[in-house]
Design a protein around this ligand. Structure first.
Ligand code: ATP
Ligand code: IP8
Length: 266
């Protein structure tokens, strides 16, 4: 029997951490998300979480994304990877102690990039996890790069890559705003949200999507959207929604309608 098409859920660092405080965790949000995952009891789900106030400030301090240039960065790479494992541990704790069969997969141990783009990825453990009913959990990480020595692999690149590799049914992108707007809604209260965008429309409005107001080495919303395009081109729909809102993760996993921006091929 062939494996059912998985859903890829990204939980943004803006959701589970406080991006204005280094190593600040949004514990209440993590707890609530774990409760919602337990209640939704999803099958065929891959979760990817972002770096927020854990990965980004450390990666920025040591210029990890730019690659290896000097000896002092070596400890910086180790620290960046470590803080991501700490955040992942906090998230995993909340899932495991609720009886959710989630298993953490460390990107730096199964992926290598070439100039920042995934070049090889060992997917057999994820295939096996899905086949056996587990929920694989990955995250943006400091990874090894064949040209740069090392770099940062964003959770957003991973989401799109996994969606295409596993022929996902859909992509759900949880962030701390309601969807995609014609300007950053945090800077502009008049900004208008898009309910639905086709790829053609998305490409026209791409310039509206900016970075993150907090420390972010992977390009904020603008990069998130660029990463999504190849997966949507393959016919995989993506929904950008607010994962800080109670019950939203539960509803999107159940296929219920929530406020957000749906991106479809046409
Ligand atoms: P992380 O990279 O830590 O995982 P994330 O994936 O949760 O973080 P960000 O990279 O911080 O999310 O991107 C989300 C932010 O993008 C929002 O908080 C918002 O302020 C900003 N943003 C910029 N332009 C727009 C726009 N046009 N529409 C919506 N959000 C936007
Ligand atoms: O938050 C970046 O992943 P993202 C992770 O998904 C690091 O962009 C280590 C900065």
């Amino acid at each position: 029997m062939s494996q059912a098409r998985p859903t890829i859920l990204k939980i943004g660092g803006s959701v589970i951490t406080d991006k204005n405080t280094e190593l600040g965790v949004q514990m209440e949000v993590i707890t609530r998300i774990a409760d919602e995952l337990q209640e939704a009891n999803p099958r065929n789900l891959i979760i990817v979480h972002g770096g927020g106030s854990f990965g980004h400030p450390v990666a920025q301090k040591h210029a990890i994304k730019e690659g290896f240039k000097e000896e002092q960065q070596i400890i910086g790479f180790a620290e960046t990877h470590h803080v991501m494992t700490v955040l992942n541990g906090i998230f995993m704790d909340a899932l495991i102690w609720r009886g959710i069969p989630a298993v953490s997969i460390t990107p730096s141990s199964c992926a290598m990039t070439r100039n920042g783009r995934i070049q090889c990825f060992e997917d057999s453990p994820i295939k096996q996890l899905l086949k056996m009913g587990f929920i694989p959990v990955l995250y943006g990480d400091a990874v090894f790069d064949t040209e740069l020595g090392f770099t940062i692999l964003s959770g957003d690149q991973l989401v799109s890559f996994l969606a295409m590799r596993f022929n996902a049914k859909n992509i759900l992108i949880g962030v701390d705003v309601d969807g995609l707007y014609n300007a950053d809604p945090k800077d502009n209260p008049e900004a208008k949200m898009f309910d639905r965008l086709t790829l053609e429309e998305l490409k026209k409005v791409k310039g509206f999507f900016g970075g993150s107001s907090a420390c972010d080495v992977t390009g904020g919303m603008a990069n998130k959207i660029s990463e999504l395009i190849p997966a949507v081109e393959q016919g995989i729909p993506a929904l950008v929604f607010n994962a800080t809102k109670p019950k939203y993760i539960y509803k999107v996993l159940k296929g219920d309608k929530v406020k957000g921006t749906l991106i479809e091929k046409e």
